[in-house]
Design a protein around this ligand. Sequence first.
Ligand code: ZN
Length: 412
Amino acid sequence: MHTTLFYIIIAILLADAVWSWILEELNRRSWAHKVPERLADVYPQEKFEKQKQYRKINHRFGEISSTFSLVILLVFLWYHGFAWVDGMVQQFTVHWLWRPLFFFGVMGLASFIISLPFSVYQTFVIEERFGFNKTTPKTFVLDQIKGLLLGAIIGGVLLGLVVWFYEFAGRWFWLYAWAGLSLFMIFFSKFYTTLILPLFNKQTPLEEGELRTAIEAMSKRAGFTLENVYVMDSSKRSTKANAFFSGFGKNKRIVLFDTLINDLETREIVAVLAHEIGHFRLRHIIWSTVLSVLQTGLTLFLLGWFVSEPSLSRALGVDAPVFHIGLIGFAILYSPVSEILGLGMTIFSRRNEYQADAFAAKYADARALQSALKKISANALSNPTPHPWYVFFNYSHPPLLKRLEALDRFLD
Ligand SMILES: [Zn+2]
């Protein structure tokens, strides 16, 4: 039984890699050689050539990094790497709580070290070459350290909680774990901009001036208080521009990148802000949190069903079944299911984007939003013609041309 499971695990990893490769390849073949007519004003020939270079290099980089991590994972599985790490950990501790925590600590650290050269290359070579990078080595190092610590604390607490429930709550452990993780997800989504984001960026309330006055009237009409609009110093990392809505209740907040304010005209910024207010008024954050909670429930229910199955641990080379090894086996076997559920989330997210665009057309100006989207997209050198399948499976936002088309309905 466990040998069959082992080969199923390998097959799932290979199938997933082939599938991603097919999508990437389809996407590569749909690259436009000419600027789409609608984007000619934001993509002059020279910039379009630069865009082609950028996606070519990113495509190549993606191929190399994903092949590299797949090979490492396969070799690791083949030589029972998980059992080997677990054996090492057991020389230090066999305690029910410390053993899984140390195990995932070692695995997390290893994957951090493996991916580090790739993120250095991405930031300081690719992004630098195309003029996007503003990250100093100091900021980069601090980001990595903060990210590691944050991952260790949050990951450690959540994993510790799940292991503790597993140890003491028996077969209903998944219900307790579901309650715990759900509370955490709600807490995290509510307090993200006040607790986590300040570790990485400074946010300041919108200054008095032309922009604030322009925003004031629109946000009143759209039903949002201006006190909740902040500007973030994203220009210390990258020139790419964005804006997002986060949190709910008292902690709701719209964050505008300072790069957005530099790149766009006032009426365009007002339109982007109206789009973000749309996400709030149409309750998109609340609904995606509800969906994630339901998805987590299903995952934990199935985990509770399978994790104690001895052949799951044996498939990974560990004879006496343990929770943390079972968890890894389960995660890989479950990945096709989670991919399908994730697909549901991206479809939902694209629908939300169209709705927020329509909201912005109503409370601000469709034409201003169109030109804002064009500028943001062209400044980031995004692909103007992604393959429809690639979009369907990967894009959380509809592609630019589709959004422009949908906004045409609101032009008079
Ligand atoms: Zn949006």
